[in-house]
Design a protein around this ligand. Structure first.
Ligand code: PGA
Length: 251
């Protein structure tokens, strides 16, 4: 099964408008290597402007979170239809910062994921264990639980569109990348769990990204693993050169 590698940049709440504009121009100007996809998730206030820059470049625009409703009294939320108006087609859901800092539960993450799919937005479901959970050897149970709860009630026809991102919390923003072996082990487990939740054919189609301190020196080894289908990159996506190097990883 051929899964198209996805190199995704999550800018979080970092860049100024000027930096975001420069980054979007820098990333969208060179041609995307054949057979790969590139995605950028700017802060919400920049979605429209970055969307204008990315238009016709082939670089995918995404939001860092998504509401399940198209409009209404949801102060502070990002509407799927507004994202689409800005040119966006993907959304990150359940990032560990949303879960840990803003108290988003598996149930809420599931509602966001279902809402995204309903509006033809591809959700990137983030899952991952904390250091404490890893040390207690609970990693696989945590991943399985987050998958099961996050993927409840997904209709048949949209299952294969979902993207999963394995982001061990201890590796995010810490400079500690999981080794390629640790990543492959978790990804293989996630694919097996997806086969149990959906079925084997769907599981083979779903892309599983790795996230957590991915940088130009670790990306090649990570991408060489059979079940690593891309990267969700924070810090190293904030510099044009380093993200371009990640996009152009050597397989
Ligand atoms: P990082 O962030 O690359 O800075 O560790 C990854 C993420 O949070 O998606």
């Amino acid at each position: 099964m051929q899964r198209i590698p996805l190199l995704a940049g999550n800018w979080k709440m970092f860049p100024t408008l000027a930096e975001a504009t420069e980054l979007a121009r820098g990333i969208s100007t060179p041609a995307i290597p054949a057979g790969r996809q590139v995605m950028l998730a700017p802060p919400a206030p920049y979605l429209h402007g970055v969307g204008e820059i990315l238009r016709e470049s082939g670089v995918i625009l995404a939001s860092q979170n998504i509401c399940w409703e198209a409009k209404g009294a949801f102060t502070g939320e990002i509407s799927p239809t507004m994202l689409k108006e800005a040119g966006g087609t993907m959304a990150i859901v359940g990032h560990s910062e949303r879960r840990q800092i803003f108290g988003e539960t598996d149930k809420m993450v599931n509602t966001r994921l279902l809402g995204a799919l309903q509006h033809d937005i591809i959700p990137i479901l983030c899952i991952g264990e904390t250091l404490e959970e890893r040390e207690k050897e609970q990693t696989l149970a945590i991943l399985e639980g987050q998958l099961l709860k996050g993927l409840t009630n997904v209709p048949n026809h949209s299952r294969s569109k979902i993207i999963v991102a394995y982001e061990p919390v201890w590796a995010i923003g810490t400079g500690k990348t999981a080794t390629s072996k640790q990543a492959q082990e978790a990804h293989a487990f996630i694919r097996t769990a997806l086969a149990d939740i959906f079925d084997k054919t769907i599981a083979e189609q779903i892309r599983i990204l790795y996230g957590g301190s991915v940088n130009p020196t670790t990306v090649d080894e990570l991408m060489a693993e059979p079940d690593v289908d891309g990267a969700l990159v924070g810090g190293a996506a904030l510099q044009t050169d380093s993200f371009l190097r990640i996009i152009n990883y050597t397989a």
